[in-house]
Ligand binder design. Structure first.
Ligand SMILES: Nc1ncnc2c1ncn2[C@@H]1O[C@H](COP(=O)(O)OP(=O)(O)OP(=O)(O)O)[C@@H](O)[C@H]1O
Ligand SMILES: [Mg+2]
Length: 351
């Protein structure tokens, strides 16, 4: 289309990881320019947006009734269309802020979870179009994570990628630019945070805020016992007295809280390997399992997976940014992009 070619010269294309927990935007020649929580603060009196990203996340659990904190994505898919659209628009404008663009109508590659339905796909596409995109390409997240990790996705070689995000864990065996076997679980980072909230309530009658629980997970969470013990003060409200309470917890206790989630992830990795054709399993043994996503940063998780599967495990460099990096890289590989993008749900876009 001539229009698109003309616009193409002046707009900067974007790779976006629209995640349950975090949204990242990659722009050519610059790299990652936006890296913010997928959180929006809304004034309930007039529906205006008060803050987006980190500023909104910092308000979590501290709001008066006139402010609502929205997480517009659940399990990686749009659960609140209007807010998702506004959030995307905000981030796209931010991304273009310091870039010289006459007409900021970018082509956008967006990562989506495996097993996304057509309705959900359309919601993501529409949000991107109404946020100003000229063309939208949806690509399954594990493929983007693998491209972001510079793995040879196009070759006839098996790669086992496990992306542990906020809302979903995606386990995928890739070969020849496609996904051969996979599992998608709703057990990921957020579930681990909830495990800690539940543990505090059951073990200590302590009611914890989710933000604090996440910090505890990041600071002293482990999948396997560590050489040096870790500990932290857990602060919350005593459920019985209603008063503030502080309890010193150590890594062993938090590990116990996380155990079931971790076990679920590992069991599903094993099941995925069992479903995989033997030639590809051979490749995986040789090349190892690759982890990405924020959940892969949990201390010792890589070692535990390696122990349990007998396969070497490597966490990709900067695992939180792998999907966005892959989306950005894909914008420069037109053939591969058209090969792996999911079919469009509309004829939408610019006409
Ligand atoms: N050091 C860490 N240890 C354990 N968990 C961590 C660490 N750092 C981040 N996380 C967790 O990683 C999750 C966010 O990861 P990520 O940004 O990859 O998710 P997402 O892409 O937004 O979600 P999804 O892919 O499910 O839509 C959060 O639950 C966060 O608590
Ligand atoms: Mg993700």
């Amino acid at each position: 289309m001539i229009f698109n070619r003309v616009f193409g010269k002046f707009s900067k294309d974007l790779g976006i990881d629209l995640g349950t927990a975090n949204t990242l935007v990659y722009i050519a020649e610059k790299g990652i320019v936006i890296n913010e929580p997928s959180v929006v603060a809304i004034n309930t009196r007039n529906d205006q947006i008060l803050a987006v990203g980190r500023l909104a996340k910092d308000m979590l659990g501290k709001t008066p009734p006139s402010i609502r904190i929205a997480h517009p994505l659940t399990k990686g898919v749009v659960s609140d269309f209007e807010v998702t659209e506004k959030m995307l628009k905000f981030f796209i404008q931010q991304a273009h802020k310091d870039t010289w663009t006459l007409i900021p109508r970018p082509r956008i590659v967006i990562g989506v979870p495996l097993e996304i339905t057509e309705v959900e796909r359309k919601a993501v596409e529409d949000a991107a179009f109404s946020a100003g995109a000229r063309e939208v390409f949806l690509v399954e997240e594990p493929l983007l994570a693998a491209i972001g990790a510079r793995l040879p996705v196009e070759e006839p070689v098996g790669t086992l990628l496990v992306d542990i995000g906020g809302g979903t864990t995606e386990i995928a065996v890739l070969s020849l630019s496609g996904i051969v076997t996979w599992k998608s679980l709703s057990v990921a980072g957020e579930e681990m945070t909830k495990n800690i909230v539940t543990y505090a309530r059951e073990a200590f009658n302590l009611s914890l805020g989710e933000h604090h629980a996440e910090q505890i997970k990041i600071r002293i969470g482990t999948a396997i016992s560590q050489k040096d013990p870790l500990e932290i003060q857990m602060r919350g409200r005593d459920i019985l007295s209603g008063l503030p309470k502080e309890i010193l917890v150590h890594d062993g206790q938090i590990r116990e809280a996380l155990e079931r989630s971790i076990r679920t992830i590992i069991e599903n990795i094993k099941v995925t390997i069992e479903m995989t054709p033997p030639e590809l399993v051979g490749d995986i043994y040789e090349r190892g399992i690759i982890l990405s996503g924020g959940g892969s940063l949990l201390r010792g998780l890589d070692r535990l997976i390696a122990l349990e599967t007998g396969i070497p495990v490597r966490v990709t460099e900067d695992p939180l940014a792998a999907v966005a990096r892959g989306a950005g890289a894909l914008l420069e590989q037109d053939d591969l992009l058209h090969l792996i993008a999911l079919p469009s749900t509309s004829q939408g876009g610019f006409v």
